[in-house]
Write a protein that binds this ligand. Structure first.
Ligand code: A3P
Length: 307
């Protein structure tokens, strides 16, 4: 993490096969079980990735996919701008693994960037400069349901025609975008424990759903902003699921319409806590619970599954 050890960045485009012979297109980092989405030229992109230049006032919104990145990136952008109005840019335009270093360099300061990479892939300049990091977590059951829907509905992108049952198995084996979720959350927790000097603000999706105003105030404080209840109430309102779905879907999703099944974007799907109950079988739930107990035995993470 101190700029000494660089993560492996050579990657190949592969097809991951689920137990029912349905395949997901993705990149696999050579010699590892880390996967990336099939972004155009991701193999070339990854080589440049460790050399992204950070700035002292950068803010990184980090988290495993489908934990509410679009939501919190918008909230962070509004707090930084001091205005409850939607960013004219889309979250994908500052997604570090999906765009070029030159395009990130061209962004004006202060930048709110975002990424799903695990801590060892965060470019060392951000760590050395102690840039502020907002780390997102969501209960793994809702996150997994969201991820299946994402992968299934981005048909032209992933080419996946599989079922929930098939994707569930891929997830349990860690053969999904960004690799094994259990390892991912352990790695972040280890970094937070090992480096208390790094400014990392942990934000749970379920806490945001339960009391968005309280969470926005905490986030603003972390970002060094003073109390401004009128602004924070405005941000809460603009960033409610209903309002964001209506306002952002027309600009965010429009850009990437061709990537979606039947051209119908679904980035803003349900935005709920507890949708997993509509998808998990009793046996899948037991298996995930067992794995959570085993893999996160020493973790302090506590997830909320219903509100
Ligand atoms: P669901 O698929 O469960 O609806 P990400 O932005 O990291 O890809 O996460 C996407 C998930 O966050 C989706 O979950 C999406 O609906 C949800 N989401 C997006 N905006 C939201 C908002 N304003 N409030 C609550 N959830 C939101």
């Amino acid at each position: 993490m101190d700029g000494v050890k660089r993560p492996e960045t050579r990657a190949d485009l592969v097809q991951i096969k689920d137990p029912f012979n349905q395949t997901v297109r993705c990149y696999r980092v050579q010699g590892t079980d880390i996967y990336f989405p099939p972004f155009p030229n991701l193999d070339e992109r990854l080589k440049q990735f460790p050399d992204i230049h950070a700035r002292n006032d950068d803010i990184l919104v980090c988290g495993y996919p489908k934990c509410g990145t679009h939501w919190i990136w918008e909230v962070v952008s509004m707090i930084v701008q001091g205005e409850a109005s939607y960013s004219p840019a889309i979250k994908e335009s500052v997604m570090m693994e999906a765009v070029s270093n030159a395009s990130l360099d061209a962004q004006p300061s202060p930048r709110a960037l975002n990424t799903h990479v695990s801590p060892d892939y965060i470019p060392s300049d951000f760590i050395n400069r102690r840039c502020k990091i907002v780390y997102l977590l969501r209960n793994p059951k809702d996150m997994l349901v969201s991820m299946y829907n994402h992968t299934f509905n981005l048909l032209p992108f992933y080419g996946y025609e599989g079922t929930w049952a098939g994707y569930f198995e891929l997830f349990m084996e860690g053969r999904v975008d960004y690799g094994d979720w259990f390892r991912y959350v352990r790695d972040w927790e280890n970094l937070i424990d090992a480096r208390p000097d790094l400014p990392i603000h942990v934000l749970y999706y379920e806490d945001m759903k339960k009391d968005p105003l309280a969470q926005i105030r905490k986030l603003a404080e972390f970002l060094g902003k003073g109390e401004n209840l009128e602004l924070y109430r405005g941000i809460m309102d603009k960033c409610s699921f209903k309002n964001m779905k209506q306002a952002k879907a027309s600009c965010d999703d429009e850009v990437e319409k061709a990537d979606w099944r039947e051209g119908k974007p679904m980035m803003y799907r349900k935005g709920e806590v507890g949708d997993w109950k509509n998808w998990f079988t009793v046996s899948q739930n037991e298996r995930l619970e067992d794995k959570l107990k085993r893999e996160l035995a020493s973790s302090k993470l506590r997830f909320t599954y219903v509100l």
